[in-house]
Design a protein around this ligand. Structure first.
Ligand code: MEV
Length: 425
């Protein structure tokens, strides 16, 4: 039976669910219940979420956690994180506390330039195109005035418009490469509106506009964050060896793309969680970060570490195009609350906070990997989850956690130990 449907978007929410349940789930009532149990009991809040996207039928929750004890440029922060992966928030909190007694994190925004491009094809004489561009340039700024007026008041606007010859990469391909300052907004709508206005002013018979769109590769919207301390303050057991192995772990990620991808994935665990919690676009951040990691032509680590004159230094440099106004930031009640928790930061301050969250996460991962291994913490979580599934009492839970302190945790082993325990009662 065909599952193609016409006029689906015109159905109301319940009708959409009914269609889904009858078409894909044999009218199982349980399926409908699963979807309905995630509807918010506050209809206004549910309406708000329904309208974020199209064809909404329910909500998909992510846990919202907080990591306290971050000290960044001398200021204390509790960082909000929305993420489904266990250990990430715990790691952030532990590392925050650790560095809070070693001078905290230092962070600095290097630049905040954003980019948009008008991609077009032109077969004619290049000198003529250059002449046409030069004669039009002032007008290209002028046609965006209505759009840029408010942004200019906030210190932003169009920085420059450049004609770029891309014909070496693709026959007849040129660009208008436009740079922007978007103050506290991420600026996607602003940039795209400016680009479309510029494109229609620039277009003529022999210039075929293919598309106008912002770039998520923003190597000049860059932030640096770091921590440093004396090597002997780094690790209780063998600080020197720990520091050396840590630096080697970063060097391995810089030398080897398979490791670099996992290394950077760990960084993005911290970054995405705060990006989502603050209502920013994590796909844009991901795309830009990984492109930046490959800027040398080989995919590398986003962090670096050194030991010089007995000082351990660990830092990150990452492009982050973020907003603290507009978009979802004030629309989603939890994003609004997250930003308030962070003392309503400017976009620049948020760049610093989020870079720190990534650096902290990478520190936690490398510390675990180069010492106890990552599984110890993960298996502890796994054990707690299995115990929860078994419906164990608090007393049984305590017994099982002690019992597995020095034993290998597998699902079967935990079930066996639990059955033995309740059998003995
Ligand atoms: C898991 O989500 C992240 C890590 O794999 C990161 C890393 O290996 O550096 C632990």
């Amino acid at each position: 039976m065909s599952k193609i449907v016409n006029g689906f978007s015109k159905l109301n929410k319940l009708e959409k669910i009914d269609w889904l349940v009858s078409t894909y789930f044999n009218n199982e009532t349980k399926v409908k219940q699963v979807l309905l149990q995630y509807w918010n009991s506050n209809p206004l809040l549910q309406d708000l979420h329904d309208d974020f996207i199209e064809n909404t039928i329910s909500n998909f929750y992510l846990p919202f956690g907080i990591a306290p004890n971050f000290v960044i440029n001398g200021k204390d922060y509790t960082i909000p994180m929305a993420i489904e992966e266990s250990s990430v928030v715990a790691a952030a909190s532990l590392v925050a506390k650790f560095w809070s007694t070693r001078g905290g994190f230092k962070a600095e925004v290097i630049s905040t330039v954003k980019i948009g491009q008008i991609h077009f094809m032109y077969e004619g004489d290049k000198a003529e195109l250059e002449h046409y561009f030069a004669s039009k340039k002032e007008n290209l700024f002028k046609v965006t005035e209505a759009i840029t007026e408010n942004m200019k008041k906030r210190g932003g606007g169009i920085l420059d418009i450049e004609l770029r010859d891309k014909t070496a990469a693709l026959k007849n391909y040129y660009q208008l490469h436009v740079t922007f300052e978007t103050a506290d907004s991420m600026g996607a709508n602003f940039i795209n509106s400016c680009l479309e206005a510029i494109a229609s002013e620039f277009e003529k018979e022999d210039i075929q506009i293919v598309m106008s769109i912002l770039s998520n590769y923003v190597p000049e919207c860059l932030v640096h964050a770091e921590v440093s301390c004396k090597v002997e303050e780094l690790y209780a057991e063998n600080s020197e060896l720990f520091a050396q192995k840590f630096v080697q772990a970063v060097a391995i990620a810089n030398a080897e793309p398979h490791r670099a991808v996992t290394h950077n994935k760990g960084i993005m665990n911290g970054i995405d969680a705060v990006v989502i919690a603050t209502g920013n676009d994590f796909r844009a951040i991901e795309a830009g970060a990984h492109a930046y990691a490959a800027k040398s032509g080989r995919y590398k680590s986003l962090t670096n570490a050194t030991i010089e004159n007995g000082i351990f230094k660990f830092w990150i440099e990452i492009p982050l195009a973020l907003g603290t106004v507009g978009g979802l930031t004030k629309l989603h009640p939890l994003s609004k609350l997250s930003l308030k928790m962070l003392d309503n930061p400017s976009a620049k301050e948020l760049m610093q906070i989020i870079a720190v969250a990534g650096l902290a996460q990478n520190f936690a991962a490398l510390r675990a990997l180069t010492t106890t291994g990552i599984q110890k913490g993960h298996m502890k979580m796994h054990l707690t989850n299995i115990i929860k599934q078994l419906g164990a009492s608090d007393e049984e839970k305590e017994y099982l956690i002690n019992y597995f302190e020095h034993k290998t945790i597998t699902h079967n082993a935990v079930v066996e130990a639990y059955n033995k325990l309740i059998g003995e009662k």
